[in-house]
Design a protein around this ligand. Sequence first.
Ligand SMILES: *Cc1c(COP(=O)(O)O)cnc(C)c1O
Length: 426
Amino acid sequence: MAEQLGTICVQGGYRPGDGEPRQLPIYQNTTWKYDTGEHMARLFDLEEEGYFYSRLANPTCDAVARKICELEGGAAAILTGSGMAANFLAIFNIAEAGDHVVACSTIYGGTFNLLSHTMKRMGLDCTFVDPNCSDEELDAAFRPNTKLVFGESIANPALVVLDIDRFAKAAHAHGVPLVMDNTFPTPILCNPFKWGCDILTHSTTKYMDGHAAALGGCIVDSGNFDWMAHADKFPGLCAPDESYHGIVYAEHFGQAGAYINKAACQLMRDLGTVQSPNNAFLTNLGLESLHARMPLHASNALKIAEHLAAHPKVAWVSHPSLPGDANYELAQKYMPNGSCGVVSFGPKGGREAAEAFMANLKVAQIATHVADAKTCVLHPASTTHRQMTDEELIACGISADQVRLSCGIEDVRDLIADIDQALEQI
Ligand SMILES: *Cc1c(COP(=O)(O)O)cnc(C)c1O
């Protein structure tokens, strides 16, 4: 196995043998053919490794999951149809009706909604904590039925950096894992497993694909959490699964394989939120240059943030790697080589100025997306959050003048010239 991230990006997950295709083949098939029924029965009994149905496993998807697993330094991984599917499966794999989750209040809106509404309807309670809360407040959020702590390495769009070490220690003190969404920095810029995080999720839709071409998600298990040491809390992993002829995942697959194999054998089987092999192929093309793109996204964003901070028509700027930013110290600790390509700022003149700025842009494109090669821009108050009043916006950390700029990998001189001419006209 290669050591350096750049080599894993290009060659990880799939290494062709003699005379085999250099590019990862797309296994565009639902099923596999066997010579005997006994062979297939052994596969169903998990006695032998092999493929039989693409809802459960597909070689193209497995190769891409292996690459992401190698990048994160994990033990096992699985692809999902989207980032939301990854977050849902990652939580539901160890927390269900009657259980409780502690989550950061700044997490991605979709995940916030999943925990506060959809999973609540499934009987799961969630307590949201400010990522900058005191140790006492964090401790007080736990209950006897808490099964995990959920956070984001860099919150989208709040750009708050999680104190991973502190949250991991709090989770472990209560006998539960820290699950984190590492979409924004990617493993190129941040390695949460090194700081005690146990399980990671990704929306591969963002930087990993990197070209706004394919939706996808991924879950990676570090293999570090000792489920058997907390067997009473995690019966789904440590007691027989009646839906899979009594298998005990933590015994059959061991500590390193239990969590991901349960997600595959049980949740993917029943919920079917698979990634298509075609999307996995596109995600893999993106991954081949992730190590080359991320530093450029991050340095373009920092240069733009510095330029905006010095601009007379700009009221405020937020970017975790910008000296003086509220998240600067944490960003330096957990992602010293750059954080991500996203910058938030407010032009002087409030909501109207923000709308005028956007309309004046010529290079940056108006889109609901973030984190791909092309620079794009969003005004949350008039689009994704337009049902809210200005007061409601402030309560969820968004101001009416806020522009979210996702810096792409174009030449930064053109991006800055575009921003300048758009600001000039307001
Ligand atoms: C976009 C995003 C998601 C959701 O991912 P989809 O692929 O759109 O389902 C989850 N978490 C974060 C941090 C995101 O940016």
